[in-house]
Design a protein around this ligand. Structure first.
Ligand code: ADP
Ligand code: UDP
Length: 248
């Protein structure tokens, strides 16, 4: 397949809670389709939010390009259309790397951290990617003993997750937002390199307006605050994400 030609959509490889992966005529490339579906609490709360797929696809492309330019290896190749991106096929690690700059969400519920407490240096956590078990917090040793990742992969993932923080904290700050926390997923490409996969969007991070501390992320959906897509759009426009217009 030449780089510029449009890939042929093949069968559905997987349909997750918010995205669908399609195989293509190139075995090393997949089409990542961002749907309007949104879920919270491991799938217990669901809705379809018009325009979310397009916003997240464009938001993700913007962030992945920014990271790639700064030397973070990612699966992102290019935008195909409003809701689809071409990515490198990865063998995903079934763990989630979370980085926290400010205490929020499960950290407060689980361990009693005061919401809004600054975490310096940032706190890193590992979760098992398993909705049926409620994505529990795990140690590296659990992931290794379960055969989900090697020590080296976990070390590299944690290193890249922190590098992402160094790059995105100032980017968000310049756009008037606090990067509170985020979740990353990594996978191995066919050459044995660990790449950042999945997505970086307001579905998988917390972004607060710097002044008001208002949420511009999926907490609006989790907490039933409304204005979910509108908030994602505000965040995208502040960052200068291309193709984000007032009405989508
Ligand atoms: P979930 O699995 O949480 O319901 P999504 O609806 O977001 O997730 O679906 C995306 C799925 O695709 C996730 O399981 C993710 O690990 C996987 N994935 C993301 N990027 C890639 C990739 N480049 N290659 C293979 N799988 C990927
Ligand atoms: N997160 C995610 N997917 C998950 C769990 C968490 O994208 O399955 C993100 C979440 O949006 C937040 C960060 O990871 O930005 C930390 O989430 P937390 O552990 O506080 O859990 P939550 O409050 O989402 O239950």
């Amino acid at each position: 397949m030449s780089v510029m030609s449009n890939p042929a959509y093949g069968e559905v490889l997987s349909e997750g809670k918010a995205k669908t992966l399609y195989i293509t005529d190139d075995p090393q490339r997949l089409i990542l389709h961002f749907r309007d579906d949104t879920t919270a609490f491991d799938g217990a709360k669901r809705a379809s939010l018009s325009g979310k797929g397009t916003l997240n696809n464009r938001f993700n492309a913007f962030i992945m390009r920014h990271l790639e330019q700064a030397g973070v290896p990612t699966h992102f190749e290019r935008l195909l259309n409003n809701q689809d991106s071409l990515v490198h096929r990865l063998d995903m690690l079934a763990v989630e790397f979370v980085v926290r700059n400010i205490a929020a969400g499960s950290l407060c519920k689980r361990l009693g951290f005061e919401s809004g407490l600054e975490l310096r240096p940032p706190l890193q956590e590992l979760f098992l990617k398993d909705d049926e078990r409620g994505d529990p917090l795990i140690y590296d040793q659990h992931a290794i003993r379960l055969g989900l990742a090697t020590q080296e992969q976990l070390h590299r993932g944690a290193e890249l997750a922190l590098r992402v923080n160094e790059l995105l904290m100032p980017l968000m700050a310049d756009a008037g937002m606090l990067l509170v926390d985020y979740k990353l997923e990594f996978g191995m490409d066919d050459g044995g390199e660990l790449l950042l996969g999945d997505e970086f969007t307001p579905d998988g991070c917390r972004l607060w307006d710097t002044k008001s501390r208002e949420s511009l992320d999926k907490d609006r959906f989790r907490q039933g605050l409304g204005g979910v897509v509108e908030s994602y759009r505000i965040a995208a426009k502040r960052l200068g994400v291309e193709g984000v217009v007032a009405e989508e």
